[in-house]
Design a binder for this molecule. Sequence first.
Ligand code: S3P
Length: 449
Amino acid sequence: MKRLRVRGPAKALRGAVRVPGDKSIGHRALMFASLAEGRSTIHGLSAGLDNRSTAELFRALGVTMELGDDYAIVDGVGLFGLSMPRGDLDCGNSGTTMRLCAGLLAGQRFGVRLVGDESLTRRPMRRVVEPLRARGAHIAGRSGPKEGEVYPPLAIAPLVEGEELVALEYRSPIASAQVKSCLLLSGLYARGATAIEEPVVSRDHTERMLGALGVPIQAVGPLVVLDPTGWDRRWPGFEWTVPGDISGAAFVFAAAAMVPGSDVTVEAVGLNPTRTGIVDALRAMQADLRFTPKGEMAGGEPAGDVRVVHRPLAAAMTGGEMLTRMIDEVPAFSAIAATARGRSDVRDAEELRVKESDRVSTTAKVLEAFGVDVTELQDGLHVHGGAALHGAHVDSHGDHRIAMMAAVLGLVAEGETIVDDTECVATSFPDFAGTLASLGADVVEEGAG
Ligand code: S3P
């Protein structure tokens, strides 16, 4: 078993780092390259296991691809060129792989079974199964702990001769880019238009990237419409560079914002406004942030260097649309809140209960272990910040973001911190320990893979 060992309190962190390519953009770039006509090159791709799961899945569907440490060269087969896999399609730990591919594969003339690891097998799939069925897909999952919910594996039966996916108008009860993208991707194969409305705009990478490829897709506020009427259902190969993952960078921002004297720059981070809730939260905490814009990357994704200079922080509140724009950053935010003076609140975050772990509960447990006064709510947390923290021995609960949160808390705690079961960190940030260590932190990863 792997573990992270951290010695605190850390001395000032200093320097410039890069983080792995954005995981959400990487998944989509691999999918769109696989479905393109001709060769695509993706630079800056994360070597994290989640993006690897997507890459291997498309290989199993007959796509030839060369995968390097930070790039992929993909020979696209076109929208109708995927072939039937020999066995199950393994999505590993990646909910994005399973949900988005469920949409893509619902429109094929061959059947598949999508499987995942233990954590993914506990995650809810009704949110995609129901609307896909409503447009004519043959998709089913397993029943499980929650009445009426649908869990992986997902079995998709082929559309037979004469069957087609039909138009869909769907008002999603949750703001979820995975649901929205799943349905838009199924819409690439449908006869009619796909119109999806969300309560709040979730990350919009699918819309931006498909739009950049010439797919007829339009977004007006929380409404997105893909109308394939008159479109030839093709796009050419492309060459894109994936920006750094703001969700991984958030832990570096947190470390720099928390450790006195720090001055750290994360280079070429994705700054898509549907992802920058953590930047707004840090600003609300009065953090010193400086930006150098770097233009647009991968199909219309804004990027820039972000410098964080430590200064004492104040408590802040997140919820509503800001929370949606930082849905994966609540563990990082909560760690920062533990060092900010006053009570910080996280609200409207019930969705976190169905991520890689129940992140409302696992975040609270880890904070408590460090001596933080925290109250767990059904939809969030109250974090009372500013007290002295002591080192702790905690478990990742198999969740990469919980492991990284604990390591960052260890930087400002007195004494040694051990985080057990940290294999999961490799899903999104394989060299997390090395990145913090390069800034001067005493963080090591121990144990065999
Ligand atoms: C993702 C969307 C989010 C996020 C996940 C990646 C995506 O999930 O939590 O890490 O790439 O579309 P939901 O859209 O289901 O909230």
